[in-house]
Design a protein around this ligand. Structure first.
Ligand SMILES: [Zn+2]
Ligand SMILES: [Zn+2]
Ligand SMILES: [Zn+2]
Ligand SMILES: [Zn+2]
Length: 261
């Protein structure tokens, strides 16, 4: 079936605070997306901070959302390189540097060699990354499996493409339904990010809202229909699982009651 959703255009990737293209995007628990530094500057050091768009309160600065960072680098390499360069120049003035997830592995390695052969290897690593990005062709077809991947950390669920992604404070994204089967939120939560890399503790009072911008990219992709069907099948399996567990618990309780007689 043809996808009904149109992919976000370059204007949809503007940060609501600085009105420039997002630079190292972070996603709040409300699902809204900002530049790392715009979110950082909007934080209140003495009190609870709130989302510049919807005013939802938050207390932890989210890490850079790798999926959106990589997606921007691939889709708008020249524009994104310019933003990263600008951001880096600002950071040099203040001496505070934002975290730098390096998207190089997602690109064409023949180009890396070409750039290295131009003698750029002696320059700073950030500059090399920006030059590298600028030399890229934009990839309008996103590599869904590489960028928008959900590793839910469940034994019986394989890695799959995200559907209705929620972005955790560590910057990693999980499908909303995968998150609700594996993670708990709230003050007593001991849940860890299921990505397998960061193992950061899940923070926040409740499940984050779906990042609509990311969901739009996925819905507009050529594999959207398949991803939607797979997500529906996982949800159905999780529902059946929960029902079976509940029935087993009830049976055990009944058996215990019988034992007492
Ligand atoms: Zn911004
Ligand atoms: Zn918000
Ligand atoms: Zn994580
Ligand atoms: Zn998932």
């Amino acid at each position: 079936a043809m996808s009904q959703t149109s992919a976000p255009s370059i204007d949809d990737w503007r940060c609501p605070v600085c009105l420039e293209m997002l630079c190292k995007p972070v996603v709040g628990a409300c699902g809204h997306v900002f530049c790392f530094w715009c979110e950082h500057k909007s934080m209140d050091v003495f009190d609870k901070s709130s989302c510049p768009t919807c005013r939802m309160p938050f207390s932890n600065l989210p890490a850079v959302c790798e999926a959106l960072h990589f997606h921007l680098g691939r889709t708008y390499p020249k524009e994104y390189a310019r933003r990263l360069r600008e951001c880096h120049e600002e950071e040099k003035k203040t001496g505070n540097f934002s975290p730098n997830p390096t998207p190089v592995f997602l690109f064409d390695f023949s180009k890396v060699n070409e750039i290295l052969s131009r003698g750029l290897q002696n320059r700073g690593s950030e500059k090399r990354l920006f030059d590298f990005l600028e030399a890229q062709e934009s990839m309008t077809e996103p590599d869904m499996n590489a960028i928008f991947e959900c590793t839910p950390g469940m034994d019986d669920v394989e890695t799959h493409v995200l559907w209705e992604p929620v972005v955790l404070n560590c910057g990693h994204a999980v499908c909303k339904s995968c998150a609700s089967s594996t993670l708990t939120f709230g003050p007593g939560s001991t849940s860890l990010c299921p990505c397998g890399d960061c193992r950061m503790r899940v923070v926040g009072d409740k499940m984050p809202a779906v990042c609509k911008l990311m969901q739009r990219v996925i819905e507009a992709s050529p594999i959207a229909e398949r991803v939607r069907r797979e997500a529906a099948a996982r949800e159905e399996a999780a529902r059946l699982n929960a029902e079976t567990e509940l029935a087993e618990e009830e049976e055990e309780e009944e058996e215990e009651e019988e034992d007492h007689d």
